[in-house]
Structures are given as C-alpha cells and as structure tokens.
Design a protein around this ligand. Sequence first.
Ligand code: CO
Length: 208
Amino acid sequence: MNIDQIFKNNREWVQSKLNIDAHYFENLSEGQNPDILYIGCSDSRVTAEELMGVAPGDAFVHRNIANMVPNTDLSAMSVLDYAVVHLKVNHVVICGHYYCGGVKAAMQSADLGILNPWLRNIRDVYRIHRKELNLIQDEELKYKRLVELNVQEQCINVIKTAQVQKAYRDRGLTVHGWVFDIKSGKLIDLKINFREILQGIMEIYRLS
Ligand code: CO
C-alpha cells in the first residue's frame, strides 16, 4: 500500500465533504452524540461505518479479534462504560462475521502464544454449545454457527454488566446481535431476544 496515496485520499475526502457543507468539520469538532455502540471484529474486510452506511458521529466503535467482550478486558469494558453511561447510546450492537479468522483459529488445535488466552474465550463458547455444534457434520456450517453463537454469547456478556442492566431499566437500551456475511455483503440480524435473555440470566447476574 502506498502511504502517500492515503494522504492524497484524505485531502480529496476533506474537499468532498466541504463541497457539500463548508462547516462540516467545524460542526464535527463540537462533540459527538452517537446512538449506537458497535462492537465488531478487527478483520480488514469488515468495516463498521461503511457496511452500516452511517457517517462520522453516528456510531461509537470498538473492534478486536472476533468481536469479544470479556469482562476482564479493560479496553472493551471502558468502551462499553463510556458509550452507555456517558454518551448514553440506546443500542449496543455485537457484529460478528462469517469466515472470521479468530473463530477459525479457536476451532483448531494450535498453540498461538499470546493469542491463546484471547481465543480461549471463543473455545469457551464452543464448550457451552458443544452438543449443538458437534451435531453439525459440515465443517463450514459448524464454523458459521460458532460465529453466530459467539455473537450471542458476547451479547450475554454485554447484558451481564451493571451499566447495561441500569440503562435497560432507565431508558430501554437494547442489545443486538448481527452477523456480516462477507460472501454476500449482507448484514444479518440474528434477532437475539435481548429481553428474554436478560430475564433468563438475571437470577444469577443481577447487579442491582
Ligand atoms: Co473476524
């Protein structure tokens, strides 16, 4: 990749925005008021804003390998806290994607060094849903299903936090689970029943 080209692209982008609105960046600098927190994969093929068709200022974004929300991860927890408590977003989205390298790596037996503890979170998802996954003979279908189940489990991790439980009570915040299908470009809503999951796990995870 030609790095100079990136700066050339940037100058063109600035001009294209200013052509439509001369105060575009001035207005942008005044603050942000996004309504969505998007948690997705770092995969270079899965952009956040572009696939949703939203503009700068519309979505608060966190990306890591395999769109995980481990409750001991300071980065993910800080993003969630800031978005929910301070920016007061009304939607938290976990967006996974088919053909995810992180999920694939977790399905294989290999020592990947520093990635081991990270991928172990996905292996835990496999263990929880082992019965269902082991019934799937086709490897690709199994891989796709694990991507979906991982999204579901990360939604549950989001729901386990005090900030989200409080925001649900106070203003009806909603958690969504999506999958981006790289092969078709389509965004799929897994239609995770947030309220049902919340009620189902509150017996154990209620924080207030
Ligand atoms: Co991925």
